[in-house]
Ligand binder design. Structure first.
Ligand SMILES: Nc1ncnc2c1ncn2[C@@H]1O[C@H](COP(=O)(O)OP(=O)(O)OP(=O)(O)O)[C@@H](O)[C@H]1O
Length: 822
């Protein structure tokens, strides 16, 4: 029994020592011992303490559930293997087993205290409430290993008189009298709890006492530490209290502020209410005012509306009356006029039907004529003379008609004068006035008829003229020989013009040649063209030949007139001299335009002047100072017209403008000195004249272009003696002339591809070469012996062109060269 009570006491003590460190582990770990030793320190319970004896320990900590009631010793003695089954350890087998967990607890307590000391007092409270598991696990493990049920044999019951038994007796005494001093308890223990005569040995007591004292010292030290901790914690609590009171004060201050704000808000709300009331009062007063004014205005508007309505009614009445009067008046007038117009209409209808019949007769006659003409035209050149006669007759008729029209105009004027006279005279002349008026009407009718006839005749003339031109050929070649300008020019070449009647042949006596026998001979080379002009022929006569082509341009065809020949052969003279083709052509066009006005034709004329120099297009109407732009050729495939983009175009509404334009172009043209001609033209110049005509009577429109081209001098490179830039110019000139020949040849062959784009010149003149266009080439010839070879070359080139047939078929005469003795 005593052993069991000691064992229980020892066990409780071990539990108190093994109690896990709590919030103030240093205090808690030693609190049991403290309770036993000093009463003054019992207030340590104010802090959360570790579990007391009898509390159940869980893996999370401790609960306050009471320990199930222990079995009495008798009960336990009656149980089989009660010692082995008991979950309560029966005590260590040696003091070493007891000391080991206590040291671990102490170590844990000191470690926890150290941790608490390093932390702030306020933070230390929660953090130390539950000590780290590791610090608790260590003693538990040690305890299990040392005193756990599995590690101790069942017969390990403590022997009486052992140190364990003594400790247990002390512990049990403490439980019985917890407030007694250890020393006293110990002595009373010996007296009260001596069981079954078992007495401890004296040397054992001393040792035990020493041991207890040393333990007491340790506990005292721990006590000192925990007291220091407690002081720190008390300071922390004070600090916390101070903060709480501060916060209280702050809260009171905030409450005061809140109340102030509340009162301010109330006063503001009162102000808003008073303002709202004032505003409402004001709004009501304004509303009454507005309503009064609205009533007043309504009244005034009603008044005005009434007045306006009365006025409107009155005006409407007046207007209605006036309108009715006017309507009556105009109805009478209209009735008169209508009956008059009906009469006139009937007259006109009668006249119209008569005219219609006449016209039908004339139309059928003209249809027949056209049929006849077609068949006649298809009968080719044999009918040419007859056509010319018809044309002459028609022109005569036109002239007669013009005369008739003019006579009628005179008569008309005379009749008008008579009418004026009769109108100013008395009534007796009214009869003659009526007669005169009838005559006047008749005259006007005839004049109108004549005008219509003239217009028709003009259309017919155009058709016939074009057919006549086609019969002559769409490419014509003429030759012109210039006169010798003076004896200084050198020996004259032998040029003969055998065909005096037709003036279409030129015989050139070629250079000296030696035959196989050693005799020198000269070939006479005959050339035949559409026309050959001898040196004595003037520009006026030459223009007579080309005027028909100018007329074709006015009729809406594209016409191209070239001057081709060697340098100094007279190309510029023929084309651009003051009485050259360009001024003459423009003068003719002005005259014709004026005449055509009475046939209801109105024309506009625009001119531009470009040159092709070294295969580059250059605007001759813009000087370098004005800033030249790059020119671009654009073709309109539908209208068969060419436009040169960025090229200056001048509206030619007077002859003066043409002269001015020619002078300007001449100044801008590229000229350079060559061996053959001092101011030789080194570029091809193209004068482009666009003619657009519109007929207001027939609504016809025509658009033609007249190109007058002064080609650069053709010459053999060797003969020209050109060098450097001049040589390049000559090469370009010859190349473009060769291209021109190729184009004409391709057109003559009827070849599908015409190489227009091989040179700038042919590209520019694409729609004026071939197709429906008309081309005339003048081959210019120098009369000098020195230029003989160039002359023959030029004439051969011209013959090639002449033999080209474009458009209507034409016969070609073949000529043979013959030998002449020198
Ligand atoms: N039919 C003519 N009657 C009188 N003089 C003429 C005639 N033809 C040419 N001339 C004169 O001959 C000279 C050379 O003529 P022109 O300048 O017209 O030659 P060109 O063929 O245009 O030469 P280039 O190709 O070098 O420009 C000029 O002085 C010109 O006045």
């Amino acid at each position: 029994m005593h052993a069991l009570s000691m064992e229980r006491s020892e066990n409780a003590k071990m539990q108190s020592l093994l109690r896990p460190p709590t919030q103030f582990s240093g205090v808690a770990a030693s609190s049991t011992g403290l309770q036993e030793m000093t009463e003054s320190q019992s207030n340590a319970r104010a802090f959360p303490a570790g579990p007391q004896v009898g509390q159940k320990r869980t893996h999370n900590g401790y609960t306050s559930q009471p320990e199930p009631k222990r079995k009495t010793l008798a009960e336990r003695a009656g149980e089989p293997n009660n010692v082995a089954k008991s979950s309560v350890p029966l005590g260590p087998t040696s003091t070493t087993g007891l000391t080991q967990p206590r040291q671990a607890v102490k170590g844990a307590s000191i470690a926890t205290l150290a941790a608490n000391n390093t932390k702030a007092p306020t933070a230390a409270v929660p953090s130390t409430r539950y000590p780290p598991t590791s610090s608790r696990a260590a003693p538990i493990t040690n305890f299990s290993q040392t005193v756990g049920p599995g590690s101790r044999p069942p017969q390990a019951i403590p022997r009486p008189g052992s140190s364990m038994a003594f400790n247990q007796s002390i512990q049990s005494r403490h439980r019985a009298n917890p407030r007694s001093r250890p020393a006293t308890a110990m002595s009373s223990h010996n007296v009260d709890d001596g069981i079954q005569g078992q007495q401890p040995n004296g040397w054992d007591v001393d040792n035990r006492l020493n041991e207890v004292e040393s333990q007491f010292k340790v506990i005292q030290e721990a006590m000192t530490v925990s007291l220091t901790d407690r002081k720190t914690l008390e300071d922390a609590v004070d600090l916390a209290k101070t903060r709480v009171s501060d916060l209280e004060q702050e809260r009171e201050r905030l409450n005061e502020t809140n109340m102030t704000l509340q009162s301010e808000r109330d006063s503001l709300q009162r102000e808003i209410q008073s303002l709202t009331i004032a505003l409402e009062t004001e709004r009501r007063s304004h509303k009454y005012e507005i309503e009064d004014k609205a009533r007043e205005h309504k009244h005034a508007v009603d008044e005005l509306r009434r007045e306006f309505k009365d006025e409107t009614d009155r005006l409407q009445r007046t207007q209605r009356e006036a309108l009715e009067a006017l309507e009556r008046h105009y109805r009478v007038e209209l009735e008169d006029e209508r009956s008059q117009k009906v009469r006139e209409l009937q007259e006109l209808r009668a006249r119209l039907s008569t005219e219609q019949q006449d016209l039908n007769v004339a139309l059928s006659g003209k249809d027949r004529e056209i049929q006849d003409m077609r068949s006649q035209l298809e009968a080719l050149r044999g009918d040419l003379d007859r056509e010319q006669t018809i044309k002459g007759g028609l022109q005569k008729q036109i002239a007669e008609m013009s005369t008739t029209a003019m006579t009628l105009e005179d008569r008309n004027r005379a009749l008008r004068a008579q009418i004026d006279f009769l109108e100013s005279d008395n009534k007796q002349q009214s009869d003659s006035f009526a007669n005169m008026e009838a005559q006047l009407r008749e005259a006007l009718r005839k004049a109108d008829e004549a005008q219509q006839k003239l217009i028709k005749e003009e259309t017919e003339r155009r058709v016939l003229f074009n057919k006549y031109q086609e019969l002559k050929g769409n490419i014509r070649v003429m030759c012109r020989v210039r006169p010798v300008l003076g004896s200084s020019e050198g020996e004259e070449a032998k040029l003969l013009f055998p065909d005096v009647k037709t003036s279409a042949q030129i015989d050139v006596t070629g250079p000296e040649e030696r035959n196989s026998l050693g005799n020198s001979t000269r070939k006479v080379i005959p050339f035949e063209f559409d026309r050959v002009f001898t040196p004595s022929v003037h520009n006026e006569e030459i223009f007579g030949e080309i005027s028909q082509l100018v007329q074709s341009a006015l009729d809406g065809y594209n016409v191209c007139i070239f001057c081709y020949g060697q340098t100094g052969s007279g190309k510029t003279y023929t084309m651009s001299s003051p009485d050259g083709m360009i001024p003459r052509a423009t003068h003719m066009i002005y005259d014709t335009i004026t005449k055509l006005k009475e046939k209801s034709w109105t024309y506009t004329m625009e001119g531009s002047f470009v040159e092709v120099y070294n295969e580059e297009l250059n605007d001759l109407l813009t000087s370098t100072a004005e800033g030249k732009k790059k020119l671009e050729i654009r073709h309109d495939d539908v209208r068969k017209q060419t436009t040169v983009v960025n090229c200056k175009t001048v509206a030619l509404d007077s002859a003066d403008k043409v002269e001015l334009m020619l002078r300007q172009a001449q100044n801008n043209r590229s000229v350079a000195a060559t061996k053959a001609n001092e101011r030789s033209s080194r570029s091809h110049s193209v004068f482009i004249l666009k003619l657009v005509g519109e007929n207001s009577a027939t609504n016809e429109r025509c658009e033609g272009t007249l190109n007058l081209v002064d080609l650069a001098g053709s010459e053999r490179l060797k003969h020209s003696g050109a060098e450097g830039d001049r040589m390049k110019e000559t090469q370009n000139i010859n190349k473009s002339l060769a291209c021109l020949g190729d184009v004409i040849e391709a057109l003559g062959r009827g070849s599908g591809h015409v190489p227009y784009r091989n040179s700038k010149l042919t590209h520019l003149l694409q729609y004026s070469l071939g197709g429906n266009s008309k081309t005339l080439m003048f081959v210019m010839v120098s009369p000098l012996e020195a230029h003989l070879k160039e002359t023959i070359t030029s004439l051969r080139f011209a013959t090639k062109v002449h033999n080209t047939h474009i458009g209507t078929a034409k016969s070609t005469k073949k000529t043979k060269e013959r030998i002449s003795d020198c």
